[in-house]
Design a protein around this ligand. Structure first.
Ligand SMILES: Cc1cc2nc3c(=O)[nH]c(=O)nc-3n(C[C@H](O)[C@H](O)[C@H](O)COP(=O)(O)OP(=O)(O)OC[C@H]3O[C@@H](n4cnc5c(N)ncnc54)[C@H](O)[C@@H]3O)c2cc1C
Length: 381
């Protein structure tokens, strides 16, 4: 039974596995969390995440939200532009579902390091969590529920003989931290450019993370450019009035993949986070989707049942959300990363309609911030 005597054996202490450990321990279960990386290595990734309201709710439930306040940079406007057709929509706080002026942000940007530091500190303090970092993982007990949160190249998924639907995008993406001038306070940007989406995410104090999608060879070339040339190329794609001041880290190029495991459970094992699915970073959905896996598993653990039954129910509970986000992000990339003359008028009309009708903006923002399955349910808080 998934009761306080159940032990969850989590493989992978990335942002998904670590949050899952806290969430499952909060239900009274014992948790063993393992990762071949040490705490220092787990903290060292240079990345920022766009955090949506579905993640805010889970972090609040787990008493983590208040402790993260000093590290979150809120944005209250999202400026979405299509550079090929000239369309533009600006989302504001009024476009949030159930807004009534209650929410102070559309979303937040959170740096990897303060997030992982807080998660690691909480895990160290938790008496129900056993941490095995940077060492060989202890063998799971015969009744333990095994949670594979070991990332997109999950070896556990292969050991369980679970196949994947997957393909590699022609586009890669380049991420970098930059000091920019001319960005309005509280503004984040998603620019659709023919070579791919380009996001500007505020990190506070005039610092921004850019996520620059483009053909893979372009990303690699740009990552190798000397700093002045990199800043020149960046300046050429930034919206008018915004200028780069300083490069603050080494730009890194990543390949992009879409993948979905053919099943999310096997026996008493489940796939969590990017071990089970991966989508394009457009719209900053990735980690939020992984954390909705965590919320779902926690919810099921609270209701009990045998490990096998819990694993099966988890698998069933996540399909709709994962498929809809996977398809929506893929559609966005395909629809907007081109200059097809026959598509441009439709894109222009679509964005004009969205700029004009607030209900269209609300629906889009609800799908982005709470997941598309929420469109079928009563509005969340
Ligand atoms: C360029 C880029 C930009 C992104 N931007 C955003 C964004 O703005 N917003 C957003 O929400 N998401 C974003 N994402 C996605 C986000 O980074 C991922 O969703 C997130 O890292 C997934 O976390 P995870 O814990 O599932 O996997 P990972 O972070 O990959 O962690 C997996 C962990 O498992 C460990 N591991 C591996 N094998 C084993 C094993 N056998 N046993 C135990 N442990 C093992 C690894 O050491 C690792 O620590 C972005 C991704 C990329 C590539």
């Amino acid at each position: 039974m998934a009761t306080s005597s159940t032990t969850f054996h989590i493989l992978g202490a990335g942002p998904t596995g670590s949050l899952a450990a806290i969430a499952l321990a909060s239900t009274g279960c014992s948790v063993v969390l393992t990762d071949p990386l040490t705490r220092k290595e787990l903290l060292s990734r240079s990345r920022a995440y766009a955090i949506t309201h579905s993640s805010r709710r889970l972090l609040t439930d787990l008493n983590l939200w208040t402790s993260l306040q000093g590290s979150l940079t809120a944005f209250s406007f999202l400026d979405l532009r299509d550079s090929a057709c000239g369309g533009r929509v600006v989302f504001g706080l009024d476009d949030l579902p159930n807004s009534n002026g209650r929410h102070e942000a559309i979303g937040w940007i959170l740096d990897h390091q303060p997030l992982m530091k807080l998660l690691m500190d909480r895990l160290h303090q938790h008496h129900r969590v056993e941490l095995a970092l940077g060492c060989t993982a202890p063998t799971p007990g015969i009744d333990d529920l095994i949670v594979a949160a070991d990332g997109p190249r999950s070896t556990t998924r292969s050991q369980w003989d679970i196949g994947c639907w997957k393909f590699r995008y022609r586009q890669g993406c380049l991420t970098s931290k930059i000091a920019l001038r001319g960005v309005k306070p509280g503004m984040a940007y998603e620019l659709f450019r023919p070579e791919g989406p380009f996001a500007i995410l505020p990190l506070g104090d005039g610092i921004f993370q850019v996520v620059w999608s483009a053909p893979w060879t372009q990303c690699q070339r740009r990552a190798d450019l000397p700093t002045p040339e990199f800043l020149d190329e960046l300046a050429a794609v930034l919206p008018a009035g915004i200028e780069p001041d300083l490069l603050l880290d080494t730009p890194r190029a990543f390949s992009q993949q879409w993948s979905m495991a053919r099943r999310l459970s096997r026996g008493r094992g489940v796939l969590l986070g990017e071990a089970g699915h991966r989508c394009h970073p457009v719209g900053g959905q990735g980690l939020n989707l992984c954390w909705r896996d965590v919320a779902s598993l926690r919810n099921l653990a609270e209701h009990g049942g045998t490990s096998q039954r819990l694993a099966r129910r988890y698998g069933r509970s996540r399909w709709a959300d994962l498929l809809m986000v996977g398809l929506a992000t893929d559609l966005l990339v395909r629809l907007f990363s081109n200059q097809q003359p026959w598509l441009l008028p439709f894109r222009r009309i679509g964005l004009k309609a969205m700029a004009r009708f607030s209900w269209l903006r609300r629906i889009s923002l609800l799908a982005m911030t709470d997941g598309p399955t929420q469109l079928l349910k009563p509005l969340p808080d």
